[in-house]
Design a binder for this molecule. Sequence first.
Ligand code: SF4
Length: 347
Amino acid sequence: MNDFLHNIYIWYTKNQRHLPWRETTDPFKIWLSEIILQQTRVEQGTSYYLNFIERFPSIKDLANANEDEVLKLWQGLGYYSRARNLHAAAINIHEKHHGIFPETYPEILALKGIGPYTAAAIASIAFNLPYPALDGNIYRVLARYFGIFDSPASGKGKKIFLKLAEEIIPNENPGFHNQALMEFGALQCVPKLPDCSVCPVSATCFAFQKKQVENLPAKTAKLKQRTRYFYYYFIESGENTWLEKRTGNDIWKNLYQFPMVETEKELSEEEILILNPSFMDGFQYNIKYVSGKQKHILSHQIIFARLIQIEVDRDFNTAEGLIPVLKEDVSKFAVPRLIELLIEKTQ
Ligand code: SF4
């Protein structure tokens, strides 16, 4: 066991990437980096991290910000609940903890948007507390090295991995330990075709020795994807257009979009032309252009979207909830990436 960790630590010292959040033990910055990296690759997440730190150097700055601005800065990263929760938690820390990041694991875990993995990462890296941070990378390393065939997604598997991870984490430098294992999984013991010939622990690795690398960790059943059909209306009247805010309990909550209609089934060209959305009720309009289909894949959903560009009279009175904006100002609003792609198709 000690040889295993010793070799991983040496490997990490030699091979770790020098990333901006590794230069600090500021819990706010560690927290921000962990939330950004939850569903985002390091290459993409780094510029977002740097932009956030520049705009919000402290918890107080983030807490005092407007949610729209936080979402705008997050635009393009996806999983927007991360940004909403980050903002809500910053407000909570500012109001209930006098702006000081809580220093115990239970208090950190109680913050909005923080689960056991993120709480353990912050507790170990920022406060030197020995909590194992079990992310996908560490699950994979442990499953392969120790030969654990239980799925990390199952209740039983989770307990087995947690017990093992708690046994091996040292009291000294637990943050270094967690980061070393995570980086080892991210760069060396990668999901597909790891190069075991250069691995420093291959001599004692269960998966390598028993030719089980491809079978570990145990695969989890893929979630079924739901298909949805969105028809967005780019309403034009001179320099103006209209946006709406998504408020329901659905994807992209609190982001802006063009007014839209969602249908159960895909519509034909003819059906699109006679689709009369409720927000246009009673108003004359000309259809200028209908875009082709834009496919947009989320983790559990596939969206097929089309943009319908229409012209209305200057006396167009909008339905409740629609916000008139200058066309050139649309880019100032936090919109889903899908809307950005559709804007590129406007004529
Ligand atoms: S030998 Fe291969 S499977 Fe085992 S820990 Fe190293 S890289 Fe991973």
